[in-house]
Design a protein. Structure first.
Length: 546
């Protein structure tokens, strides 16, 4: 049992303690207790107090076991919040604290252990996973049983689970399966009946199954079907793809999104008639889950955060945070921290990350990306960032989109075709900026991955100079740049090329006195332990660490 600590949104912890800055704006699930709304993101939770509208954050710092949340569900009967993670770890939060159930995570199972849906039922909780159905004992906080109900007892992805009229129903990729609740051995796949392919059901995967007004509702092929007397018939379909189905306060809530990026949330009554249609670009853009609480509708949206709908009135809850994780360079200047969101893979190929650059200053995050600044629409995979010490403007390198200069007034200049930056052979139009650093004279040094001239400098007077590194480098690969106390430029050359040191002898425009050195593994080559250099740093004594 782990006590739960609830930090305030903008208060800093004690010295030596950690504060998290996780993305809280990408809501994927929502559930409610009597007085609190819980919203899940892929990394964390946040809650809204219904009486004060105060927002609180929950994360590993405050007691959760993981960061990769896949689903949440509050059980009114037990007053417990179930939190499921993508690696099958489970937290159960109740008044006394947090209980962790790590049994499934610890099992050495080669399969998809993601938990897709949670169905609490008295002292049991049924988890729909990529393996099948996992049953928890919620009194003892332990795994009770595993039901692998695929063909011949194999694993089968299970998308949803419910109980109705004396049967358990499991929505699986093999179709809708059911078993009597009084069956003595539900772990035996042979005791389950596959209903798909007969009595009105197509022989197709079942995306979700819920109990609504004592009837079983199935989602199959973007159509809701209802069972009556052993026969299935159409309950609702409007031609829109259905993302999720949820029963809440005698309403059926549907999240829908089309391939043309149209999104909406519908509330259906017990007859399948539309009671309410929720549409608002920017608020509902990628709805993942919706609930009804006190007659109002709450929507978890992947890009719109958590929204509260009272008729046509909307409140949006998006706790101030970076819009995604930071996998690129991290730097600071004065009282601000800057983080690059992007990354490349081990082969230095694109990952198409749109999240841009994050800046944290005076307790607030600001995000610079294609969604907040349309001029950045062609710049993805920002992996490097540097701050101009003269005016605190930001220079950001996109791996493929060139170099962006973000001015203090918000204006943005982009350098690629209009600069010495060049594309690699065989990939025209790709301007890969992979490293940035200012030197003591306020010159900006730029690594240009794959180009014939891999190193450029934008001098303090606004003119450029370019350099060809005099070594044969696989893929002309260059990345991180560090300037030492002697104004030498240390340049990482990834993909096994080693480490380069460049000394321009403090005469940038005179190429005749330049000196270069390549460090690699082996005696006589620099004797690095490995030529696969990952990153470098300069310490306060001037030493370079590799």
């Amino acid at each position: 049992l782990v006590p739960f600590a609830s930090p305030g949104q903008n208060t800093f912890p004690a010295l030596g303690a950690w504060r998290e800055h996780l993305p809280y704006q990408n809501a994927i699930d929502v559930t409610a207790s009597a007085n609190r709304i819980y919203a899940a993101t892929p990394y964390s939770l946040f809650t809204v107090d219904l009486s004060t509208r105060e927002v609180e954050r929950m994360s590993r710092v405050s007691g959760l076991s993981e960061t990769g949340i896949s689903a949440i569900r509050f059980d009114p009967a037990s007053q417990k919040l179930f939190i499921a993670y993508t690696n099958s770890n489970i937290d159960v939060m109740e008044a006394r604290g947090i209980h962790n159930i790590p049994g499934i995570k610890r099992e050495n199972i080669a399969g998809d252990k993601t938990i897709y849906d949670i169905y609490p039922d008295n002292d049991r909780c049924y988890l729909s996973t990529g393996l099948g159905v996992i049953v928890l004992n919620t009194l003892k906080y332990e795994v009770l049983s595993s039901w692998f109900i695929g063909a011949s007892g194999s694993y089968v992805k299970t998308n949803g689970f419910t109980k109705n009229n004396g049967f358990f129903y499991a929505a699986t990729e093999e179709g809708l399966k059911r078993i009597a609740t009084n069956n003595s051995n539900p772990a035996d796949f042979r005791n389950w009946q596959n209903l798909s392919g007969s009595n009105g059901l197509a022989a197709a995967p079942a995306k979700a199954v819920v109990s609504f007004n004592n009837r079983t509702i199935l989602l199959q092929n973007d159509t809701l079907l209802v069972e009556s007397g052993g026969t299935w018939s159409r309950f609702f379909a409007n031609g829109w793809p259905i993302v999720s189905v949820n029963v809440s306060e005698n309403r059926l809530l549907l999240c829908q999104r089309t391939s043309s990026n149209q999104s909406q949330v519908l509330a259906l009554d017990q007859n399948g008639q539309v009671q309410a249609t929720l549409q608002r670009p920017g608020v509902i853009s990628f709805p993942e889950q919706a609930i009804s609480h006190g007659g109002d509708i709450w929507v978890a949206d992947l890009y719109g955060g958590l929204s509260h709908w009272q008729g046509s009135n909307v409140e949006v809850y998006k706790p101030n945070a970076p819009e995604g994780i930071a996998t690129g360079q991290l730097t600071s200047f004065n009282d601000a921290v800057y983080a690059a969101a992007g990354t490349v893979n081990s082969s230095w190929n694109y990952q198409y990350d749109p999240n841009g650059i994050y800046r944290y200053r005076e307790g607030e995050w600001k995000n610079f990306n294609r969604f907040t600044q349309p001029v950045l629409d062609s710049l993805l995979d920002f992996i490097t960032v540097a701050v101009d010490p003269r005016d605190e403007t930001v220079w950001a390198g996109s791996y493929g989109g060139g170099l962006a200069h973000i001015r203090t007034d918000g204006a943005i200049d982009i350098f690629k075709q209009n600069s010495p930056l060049a594309a690699p052979i065989g990939d025209p139009g790709s301007y890969r900026v992979s490293g940035l650093a200012f030197d003591a004279e306020n010159h900006l040094w730029v690594a240009n991955f794959g180009a014939g001239r891999q190193l450029h400098v934008l001098k303090a007077d606004g003119t450029w100079r370019s350099f060809s590194i005099p070594y044969s480098l696989f893929a002309n690969a260059v990345s991180q740049i560090v300037v030492d106390d002697l104004q030498q430029k240390w340049i990482v050359s990834p993909l096994g090329n080693g480490l380069i040191c460049f000394n321009d002898n403090n005469t940038i425009d005179n190429l005749g006195d330049d000196r270069w050195r390549l460090y690699r593994g082996g005696a006589g080559n620099g004797n690095l332990p490995s030529s696969d250099v990952l990153c470098i740093a300069k310490d306060k004594s001037g030493f370079i660490w590799v």
